[in-house]
Design a protein around this ligand. Structure first.
Ligand SMILES: O=C(O)[C@H](O)[C@@H](O)[C@H](O)[C@H](O)CO
Length: 313
Protein backbone atom coordinates (compact mmCIF):
# COMPACT_ATOMS: atom_id res chain seq x y z
CA UNK A 1 0.00 0.00 0.00
CA UNK A 2 1.27 3.51 -0.82
CA UNK A 3 2.09 5.53 2.31
CA UNK A 4 1.40 9.27 2.06
CA UNK A 5 2.98 11.74 4.54
CA UNK A 6 3.08 15.56 4.55
CA UNK A 7 6.34 17.54 4.61
CA UNK A 8 6.69 21.11 5.86
CA UNK A 9 4.48 24.16 5.58
CA UNK A 10 1.21 24.77 3.80
CA UNK A 11 2.03 26.84 0.73
CA UNK A 12 -0.43 28.94 -1.24
CA UNK A 13 0.46 27.28 -4.57
CA UNK A 14 3.30 24.80 -4.13
CA UNK A 15 4.49 23.62 -7.54
CA UNK A 16 7.26 22.59 -10.01
CA UNK A 17 8.85 20.14 -7.60
CA UNK A 18 12.23 18.93 -8.89
CA UNK A 19 14.80 16.41 -7.57
CA UNK A 20 18.39 17.63 -7.80
CA UNK A 21 20.85 14.78 -7.57
CA UNK A 22 23.90 17.05 -7.12
CA UNK A 23 22.64 18.47 -3.82
CA UNK A 24 20.30 15.56 -2.95
CA UNK A 25 17.55 18.12 -2.54
CA UNK A 26 14.06 18.84 -3.74
CA UNK A 27 13.49 22.33 -5.07
CA UNK A 28 10.00 23.77 -5.48
CA UNK A 29 8.26 27.12 -5.39
CA UNK A 30 5.30 28.87 -3.85
CA UNK A 31 4.24 30.55 -7.08
CA UNK A 32 2.14 33.54 -5.95
CA UNK A 33 4.38 34.11 -2.89
CA UNK A 34 7.43 34.26 -5.21
CA UNK A 35 9.37 31.99 -2.85
CA UNK A 36 11.90 29.25 -3.61
CA UNK A 37 12.08 26.21 -1.30
CA UNK A 38 14.68 23.51 -0.76
CA UNK A 39 13.96 20.30 1.14
CA UNK A 40 16.77 17.91 2.04
CA UNK A 41 15.29 14.51 2.89
CA UNK A 42 18.49 13.29 4.61
CA UNK A 43 18.35 16.00 7.28
CA UNK A 44 14.61 16.72 6.98
CA UNK A 45 15.49 20.42 6.70
CA UNK A 46 13.53 22.98 4.69
CA UNK A 47 15.02 26.33 3.70
CA UNK A 48 13.34 29.08 1.67
CA UNK A 49 13.91 32.55 0.26
CA UNK A 50 11.65 35.23 -1.17
CA UNK A 51 12.69 35.94 -4.76
CA UNK A 52 10.73 38.95 -5.98
CA UNK A 53 7.29 40.50 -6.19
CA UNK A 54 6.14 38.76 -9.37
CA UNK A 55 4.84 35.16 -9.53
CA UNK A 56 7.72 32.68 -9.39
CA UNK A 57 6.60 29.94 -11.81
CA UNK A 58 9.66 27.68 -11.41
CA UNK A 59 13.29 27.57 -10.26
CA UNK A 60 15.56 24.75 -11.47
CA UNK A 61 19.29 24.29 -10.77
CA UNK A 62 21.92 25.27 -13.33
CA UNK A 63 24.26 22.36 -14.12
CA UNK A 64 27.57 22.46 -12.30
CA UNK A 65 26.59 25.36 -10.00
CA UNK A 66 24.98 24.59 -6.67
CA UNK A 67 23.98 28.22 -6.15
CA UNK A 68 22.51 29.17 -9.56
CA UNK A 69 18.95 28.58 -10.76
CA UNK A 70 17.06 29.29 -13.95
CA UNK A 71 13.74 30.74 -12.88
CA UNK A 72 10.51 32.23 -14.22
CA UNK A 73 9.43 35.57 -12.75
CA UNK A 74 6.32 37.06 -14.33
CA UNK A 75 7.16 36.90 -18.07
CA UNK A 76 10.94 36.92 -17.53
CA UNK A 77 13.29 33.98 -17.51
CA UNK A 78 16.13 34.87 -15.16
CA UNK A 79 19.20 33.41 -13.48
CA UNK A 80 19.07 33.55 -9.68
CA UNK A 81 21.88 33.16 -7.19
CA UNK A 82 20.89 31.44 -3.93
CA UNK A 83 23.09 29.42 -1.60
CA UNK A 84 20.15 27.29 -0.48
CA UNK A 85 20.68 28.31 3.15
CA UNK A 86 20.12 32.02 3.66
CA UNK A 87 17.07 34.09 2.77
CA UNK A 88 18.99 36.27 0.32
CA UNK A 89 18.51 35.78 -3.42
CA UNK A 90 20.22 37.80 -6.12
CA UNK A 91 18.56 38.19 -9.50
CA UNK A 92 21.73 38.06 -11.64
CA UNK A 93 20.74 38.00 -15.30
CA UNK A 94 17.61 38.16 -17.44
CA UNK A 95 17.89 35.41 -20.06
CA UNK A 96 14.81 36.47 -22.02
CA UNK A 97 11.38 38.05 -21.80
CA UNK A 98 8.53 36.02 -23.34
CA UNK A 99 5.07 37.04 -24.62
CA UNK A 100 6.38 40.59 -25.04
CA UNK A 101 3.56 41.59 -27.45
CA UNK A 102 1.22 44.24 -25.87
CA UNK A 103 -1.78 41.83 -26.24
CA UNK A 104 0.03 39.43 -23.93
CA UNK A 105 1.37 41.94 -21.40
CA UNK A 106 -0.75 40.37 -18.62
CA UNK A 107 0.41 36.80 -19.36
CA UNK A 108 2.76 34.98 -17.03
CA UNK A 109 5.09 32.00 -17.14
CA UNK A 110 3.68 28.77 -15.73
CA UNK A 111 4.64 25.10 -16.41
CA UNK A 112 8.31 24.31 -17.06
CA UNK A 113 10.83 21.48 -17.09
CA UNK A 114 14.46 20.94 -18.10
CA UNK A 115 14.87 18.18 -20.69
CA UNK A 116 17.58 15.46 -20.66
CA UNK A 117 19.74 17.67 -22.92
CA UNK A 118 19.75 20.53 -20.40
CA UNK A 119 17.28 22.64 -22.38
CA UNK A 120 14.48 24.49 -20.55
CA UNK A 121 10.92 24.06 -21.88
CA UNK A 122 8.55 26.63 -20.50
CA UNK A 123 5.03 27.80 -21.22
CA UNK A 124 2.82 30.75 -20.46
CA UNK A 125 -0.83 31.43 -19.72
CA UNK A 126 -3.22 34.37 -20.00
CA UNK A 127 -4.46 36.42 -17.03
CA UNK A 128 -6.90 34.98 -14.47
CA UNK A 129 -9.90 36.78 -12.99
CA UNK A 130 -10.77 36.84 -9.26
CA UNK A 131 -12.58 33.49 -9.65
CA UNK A 132 -9.48 31.87 -11.11
CA UNK A 133 -10.87 31.78 -14.67
CA UNK A 134 -8.11 32.11 -17.26
CA UNK A 135 -8.48 34.00 -20.55
CA UNK A 136 -8.05 31.10 -23.02
CA UNK A 137 -5.74 30.82 -26.02
CA UNK A 138 -3.15 33.40 -24.97
CA UNK A 139 -0.39 31.03 -23.85
CA UNK A 140 2.63 29.71 -25.74
CA UNK A 141 5.33 27.07 -25.31
CA UNK A 142 9.01 27.98 -25.60
CA UNK A 143 12.36 26.30 -25.28
CA UNK A 144 15.46 28.03 -23.97
CA UNK A 145 18.95 26.78 -24.65
CA UNK A 146 22.28 28.48 -24.14
CA UNK A 147 20.45 31.70 -23.39
CA UNK A 148 18.32 31.83 -26.54
CA UNK A 149 14.56 31.36 -26.65
CA UNK A 150 12.40 29.70 -29.38
CA UNK A 151 8.60 29.62 -29.55
CA UNK A 152 7.17 26.21 -30.54
CA UNK A 153 3.40 26.51 -29.91
CA UNK A 154 0.85 29.24 -29.45
CA UNK A 155 -2.90 29.34 -28.67
CA UNK A 156 -2.36 27.44 -25.39
CA UNK A 157 -4.80 27.75 -22.46
CA UNK A 158 -2.71 27.06 -19.33
CA UNK A 159 0.74 25.70 -20.17
CA UNK A 160 1.55 23.08 -17.56
CA UNK A 161 3.24 19.67 -16.98
CA UNK A 162 5.98 18.37 -19.29
CA UNK A 163 7.81 15.03 -19.55
CA UNK A 164 10.42 13.60 -21.94
CA UNK A 165 10.94 10.03 -23.10
CA UNK A 166 14.33 9.98 -24.81
CA UNK A 167 14.23 6.25 -25.70
CA UNK A 168 10.90 6.53 -27.49
CA UNK A 169 11.60 10.08 -28.71
CA UNK A 170 8.39 11.53 -27.26
CA UNK A 171 7.52 14.69 -25.38
CA UNK A 172 4.33 14.89 -23.31
CA UNK A 173 2.72 18.22 -22.53
CA UNK A 174 -0.34 19.31 -20.57
CA UNK A 175 -2.62 22.18 -21.47
CA UNK A 176 -4.79 22.36 -18.33
CA UNK A 177 -7.65 23.90 -20.31
CA UNK A 178 -7.54 21.26 -23.11
CA UNK A 179 -7.89 19.38 -20.60
CA UNK A 180 -5.47 16.56 -21.20
CA UNK A 181 -2.03 15.48 -22.34
CA UNK A 182 -0.58 16.01 -25.82
CA UNK A 183 2.10 13.77 -27.29
CA UNK A 184 4.78 15.00 -29.70
CA UNK A 185 7.62 13.35 -31.59
CA UNK A 186 10.66 14.80 -29.87
CA UNK A 187 14.11 15.36 -31.31
CA UNK A 188 16.08 16.02 -28.13
CA UNK A 189 19.36 16.55 -29.93
CA UNK A 190 17.98 19.54 -31.89
CA UNK A 191 15.20 20.60 -29.51
CA UNK A 192 12.43 20.10 -32.06
CA UNK A 193 8.89 18.78 -31.61
CA UNK A 194 6.42 17.66 -34.30
CA UNK A 195 3.36 15.49 -34.96
CA UNK A 196 1.14 16.75 -32.12
CA UNK A 197 -1.49 14.22 -30.98
CA UNK A 198 -4.16 14.20 -28.30
CA UNK A 199 -2.88 11.39 -26.09
CA UNK A 200 -5.17 11.44 -23.10
CA UNK A 201 -8.20 13.56 -22.34
CA UNK A 202 -9.88 13.68 -18.94
CA UNK A 203 -13.26 13.54 -20.67
CA UNK A 204 -12.57 10.36 -22.64
CA UNK A 205 -11.24 8.57 -19.56
CA UNK A 206 -14.03 9.94 -17.37
CA UNK A 207 -11.62 11.61 -14.92
CA UNK A 208 -12.73 14.50 -12.74
CA UNK A 209 -10.73 17.71 -12.39
CA UNK A 210 -8.04 19.31 -14.54
CA UNK A 211 -4.54 18.05 -15.40
CA UNK A 212 -1.63 20.06 -13.96
CA UNK A 213 1.74 18.39 -13.17
CA UNK A 214 3.46 15.54 -14.99
CA UNK A 215 6.36 13.15 -14.55
CA UNK A 216 7.55 9.93 -16.21
CA UNK A 217 8.84 6.64 -14.77
CA UNK A 218 11.56 4.26 -16.05
CA UNK A 219 8.90 2.21 -17.87
CA UNK A 220 7.85 5.25 -19.89
CA UNK A 221 4.52 5.59 -18.08
CA UNK A 222 3.14 8.96 -17.02
CA UNK A 223 1.99 10.33 -13.67
CA UNK A 224 -0.48 13.21 -14.01
CA UNK A 225 -1.61 15.32 -11.05
CA UNK A 226 -5.15 16.64 -11.12
CA UNK A 227 -6.47 19.92 -9.79
CA UNK A 228 -9.87 19.85 -8.07
CA UNK A 229 -10.06 16.07 -7.74
CA UNK A 230 -7.43 14.99 -5.17
CA UNK A 231 -5.90 12.52 -7.57
CA UNK A 232 -2.77 11.35 -9.37
CA UNK A 233 -3.33 9.31 -12.52
CA UNK A 234 -0.78 6.71 -13.60
CA UNK A 235 -1.14 6.36 -17.37
CA UNK A 236 0.40 4.08 -20.01
CA UNK A 237 0.89 6.25 -23.14
CA UNK A 238 1.60 3.26 -25.42
CA UNK A 239 -1.61 1.42 -24.61
CA UNK A 240 -3.59 4.60 -23.91
CA UNK A 241 -4.78 3.13 -20.58
CA UNK A 242 -5.11 4.38 -17.04
CA UNK A 243 -3.06 1.98 -14.86
CA UNK A 244 -4.15 3.32 -11.48
CA UNK A 245 -5.39 6.37 -9.61
CA UNK A 246 -3.87 7.49 -6.30
CA UNK A 247 -6.17 9.43 -3.97
CA UNK A 248 -4.55 12.37 -2.18
CA UNK A 249 -5.66 13.95 1.11
CA UNK A 250 -6.30 17.38 -0.51
CA UNK A 251 -7.93 18.35 -3.83
CA UNK A 252 -5.53 20.76 -5.63
CA UNK A 253 -2.65 18.48 -6.67
CA UNK A 254 -0.18 20.57 -8.67
CA UNK A 255 3.17 18.88 -9.40
CA UNK A 256 5.04 15.61 -9.01
CA UNK A 257 8.55 14.18 -9.21
CA UNK A 258 10.44 11.05 -8.32
CA UNK A 259 13.18 11.70 -5.78
CA UNK A 260 15.80 10.36 -3.35
CA UNK A 261 18.92 8.42 -4.40
CA UNK A 262 16.95 5.48 -5.75
CA UNK A 263 14.32 7.69 -7.45
CA UNK A 264 11.64 5.49 -5.89
CA UNK A 265 9.76 8.04 -3.77
CA UNK A 266 7.15 10.35 -5.26
CA UNK A 267 7.11 13.94 -4.02
CA UNK A 268 3.96 15.90 -4.72
CA UNK A 269 2.99 19.55 -4.18
CA UNK A 270 -0.51 20.89 -3.59
CA UNK A 271 -2.22 24.28 -3.42
CA UNK A 272 -4.75 26.29 -1.48
CA UNK A 273 -6.41 27.44 -4.72
CA UNK A 274 -10.16 27.97 -4.16
CA UNK A 275 -12.75 25.60 -5.59
CA UNK A 276 -16.12 27.27 -6.22
CA UNK A 277 -14.87 30.25 -4.20
CA UNK A 278 -13.87 28.16 -1.15
CA UNK A 279 -10.26 27.53 -0.10
CA UNK A 280 -9.81 23.82 0.70
CA UNK A 281 -9.15 22.93 4.37
CA UNK A 282 -5.88 21.55 5.75
CA UNK A 283 -3.69 19.91 4.55
CA UNK A 284 -4.15 21.97 1.35
CA UNK A 285 -0.83 23.45 0.23
CA UNK A 286 1.33 20.77 1.87
CA UNK A 287 4.05 18.91 0.03
CA UNK A 288 3.70 15.13 0.33
CA UNK A 289 6.02 12.15 0.22
CA UNK A 290 4.58 8.93 -1.27
CA UNK A 291 6.42 5.72 -0.37
CA UNK A 292 5.93 2.09 -1.43
CA UNK A 293 5.27 3.09 -5.02
CA UNK A 294 7.47 0.17 -6.22
CA UNK A 295 8.41 1.99 -9.44
CA UNK A 296 11.51 4.02 -10.24
CA UNK A 297 11.32 7.40 -11.92
CA UNK A 298 13.33 9.28 -14.50
CA UNK A 299 15.91 11.67 -12.98
CA UNK A 300 15.56 15.45 -12.86
CA UNK A 301 17.88 17.45 -15.15
CA UNK A 302 19.73 20.70 -14.58
CA UNK A 303 19.79 23.58 -17.05
CA UNK A 304 22.89 23.76 -19.22
CA UNK A 305 23.83 27.39 -19.62
CA UNK A 306 26.69 26.72 -22.01
CA UNK A 307 27.92 23.61 -23.83
CA UNK A 308 31.14 23.33 -21.88
CA UNK A 309 31.23 22.60 -18.18
CA UNK A 310 32.80 25.94 -17.37
CA UNK A 311 29.50 27.75 -17.47
CA UNK A 312 29.92 31.48 -17.23
CA UNK A 313 26.74 32.33 -15.36
O1 LIG B 1 0.84 25.25 -12.56
C1 LIG B 1 0.62 25.01 -11.39
O2 LIG B 1 1.16 24.10 -10.83
C2 LIG B 1 -0.39 25.77 -10.59
O3 LIG B 1 -1.41 24.90 -10.31
C3 LIG B 1 -0.91 27.01 -11.19
O4 LIG B 1 0.03 27.73 -11.89
C4 LIG B 1 -2.13 26.76 -11.98
O5 LIG B 1 -1.85 25.98 -13.11
C5 LIG B 1 -2.80 28.04 -12.41
O6 LIG B 1 -2.87 28.92 -11.35
C6 LIG B 1 -4.15 27.75 -12.99
O7 LIG B 1 -5.13 27.63 -12.06
Amino acid sequence: MIIINPIGDNLQVGTRIHWDEATRSLYYVDLPQSTIYRYKPASNLITKAKVGDQPLAFAFPVKGKTDRFIAGLGRNIVILKWDGETDSVCHCTTVCEVDAHPDKAKNRLNGAKVDPFGRLWVGTMGPQDENGLTVPGLGSLYSVTKGSCTRHLSNIGISNGLAFDVDNKKMYYIDTLFPGVYQFDYDGEHGEISNQKELFTFKKHDIQGLPDGLTIDREGNLWVTALQSASIIHFDPKKGEVLKTIHMPTPQVTSITFGNDKLNILYVTTAKLPIDGKIPDEPAGCTFKLENVHIKGAPGYSYKYKDDDDQAV
